[in-house]
Write a protein that binds this ligand. Structure first.
Ligand SMILES: Cc1ncc(COP(=O)(O)O)c(C=O)c1O
Length: 492
């Protein structure tokens, strides 16, 4: 097959009725694109043949325009490669400011946007989410992931895909992956499910979003854990729901308080296996109480089971969904911790009567998940790599967790209180010292130490001050130094 140019054809208009010759029009258009910075140094121009055909003109004016651009130094040729915008444009030819659509001055009239787009605070990366490092929450051990195996599986699918795989795949996702997840969940989490109840989603975040769109009307109340996962609250708020914060203690969500304060909530969002962020496991009696409330009130429970693959010392806890006899639980899981967050793959197990509703919402959103990562992940699970990798990581994270707890005790002694270190990839620390965690996190960020303030997990007016510290991403040998750095920033 003939090699074709990789250059993008810019939009230029030529007017055959104009008195200005065609080659001048083409030259002017290219010169303007270069001077305005819309074509950047090093960027390839289309071949004269391609441009001739695109503009539907004869080749002569195109050749003449290119010759002039070359002669004046706007362009250069590379043997065998084509024509490019000069890498060494003189200063006077360079744009003063890169002109892009984004910088177009805003002069139009009213620019009102939907109220629902304004209920969230403007997006701003929290200090603890700006970079990787010792305490980064949700950072697995990237250097331990078996990328050579992954790459082989990717090649298996991408080299010669069948046409059906390249077409639209349906809102529930790839059947092979739904099967694999189902098998895994039935065994490892005692989830009661069939593949037709499983939806593949772009991480738990999308699962929370779809569940909320299906279950919650604007103005409806939703129980959220206090403290709890800030992104769950954002989803509820964005949907126009009202937050009913329900306190969490060592037995998980305090259901009795929830019922007392807001019996009629439509949905309860909870993390019963490993409460985020404090780490409690919901007790059996609270689980039963919660299910009974949901049955009586006709409410729904969204179970976010985001990291239960990692438990140290005790057996994994069965899912709440597995003991639900009223089909009230929507069960959510993710591969962000077990694989890596950029994979953006998770799943929802939906009560059978709601599957079509979930599918319709997903379809309207983006028609469904991309095929290749799903197919590769299905093989990764079915070939045993997933189980092997999570087993290895459980051992590794256990060592990292112990190193962090030991380091904290050594540096802070009786001043530190460690919570929720028995599972997952993070723990919580509070200190018997008065400080504002948000300010400490800002100070720490200047030293590239990324701390997540505990107070950001609260809705109410009196948040506990402390930090959520991830331990998945830091080698044991690096932990003592990181803890000393934390101490220095905190004591300053
Ligand atoms: C409570 C909770 N849910 C879900 C997630 C994972 O989100 P996602 O699957 O969208 O990456 C996290 C990540 O830290 C979390 O803490």
């Amino acid at each position: 097959m003939k090699k074709t140019s990789s250059a993008v054809l810019p939009v230029i208009a030529v007017n055959r009725n104009s008195a200005r010759p065609l080659h001048n029009q083409i030259y002017d258009a290219y010169r303007a694109l270069i001077v305005d910075g819309n074509l950047r140094p090093g960027q390839q121009l289309p071949s004269t043949r391609a441009l001739t055909s695109e503009l539907n003109v004869s080749r002569i004016p195109v050749l003449t325009a290119y010759a002039q651009l070359l002669a004046e130094g706007y362009c250069e040729t590379r043997v065998g490669a084509g024509t490019f915008v000069s890498r060494s444009l003189p200063d006077q030819m360079l744009p003063t400011k890169r002109s892009t659509g984004l910088r177009t001055p805003i002069r139009s009239g009213s620019r009102s946007i939907a109220r629902r787009a304004q209920v969230l605070p403007q997006y701003k990366a929290e200090p603890g989410l700006r970079g990787l490092g010792p305490f980064c929450v949700g950072q697995p051990a990237y250097d331990q992931f078996p990328f050579s195996i992954w790459a082989n599986l990717v090649a298996r699918y991408c080299r010669n895909p069948r046409p059906g795989a390249l077409h639209y795949g349906g809102p529930l996702g790839f059947e092979g992956l739904r099967d694999a997840i189902c098998t895994y969940l039935r065994t490892a989490r005692l989830v009661r499910c069939d593949p037709e109840q499983v939806l593949i989603v772009s991480g738990s975040q999308q699962a929370l979003e779809i569940s909320t769109r299906v279950l919650l009307d604007p103005g409806d109340w939703a129980w959220v854990e206090e403290p709890g996962y800030w992104l769950t609250r954002q989803v509820v708020t964005a949907a126009g729901g009202k937050l009913a914060p329900v306190p969490v203690d060592d037995e998980g969500l305090n259901v009795a308080i929830g019922i007392k304060r807001c019996r009629k909530a439509r949905v309860a969002y909870i993390t019963p296996s490993h409460q985020y962020p404090r780490g409690a496991t919901m007790s059996a009696s609270r689980r039963l109480q919660l299910l009974e409330w949901a049955d009586r009130a006709g409410s729904w429970i969204v179970e976010d089971d985001y990291d239960s693959e990692y438990r140290y010392g005790s057996m994994p806890i069965a899912s709440l969904q597995g003991i639900d006899r009223g089909a009230r639980v929507i069960y959510i899981g993710t591969f962000s911790k077990t694989m890596f967050p950029a994979l953006r793959l998770g799943y929802v197990v939906v009560p059978l009567d709601l599957v079509d509703r979930f599918a319709a919402v997903r379809n309207a959103m983006d028609l469904g998940p991309p095929y290749f990562p799903q197919a590769v992940l299905a093989d990764f699970i079915n070939d045993g790599h997933f189980a092997r990798h999570t087993r290895r990581m459980r051992l590794l994270y256990n060592e990292r967790r112990i190193a962090l707890v030991d380091g904290l005790r050594k540096e802070f002694g009786a001043y530190v209180n460690v919570l929720g270190a028995e599972a997952g990839m993070h723990l919580v620390v509070t200190f018997s010292k008065v400080f504002r965690d948000v300010e400490v996190a800002e100070r720490a960020a200047h030293e590239k130490l990324w701390l997540v303030p505990l107070s950001s997990s609260y809705v109410g007016p009196d948040p506990v001050q402390g930090f959520i510290l991830g331990f998945g991403g830091a080698a044991v040998a690096d932990t003592p130094h990181a803890v000393r750095q934390l101490k220095r920033v905190l004591m300053n």
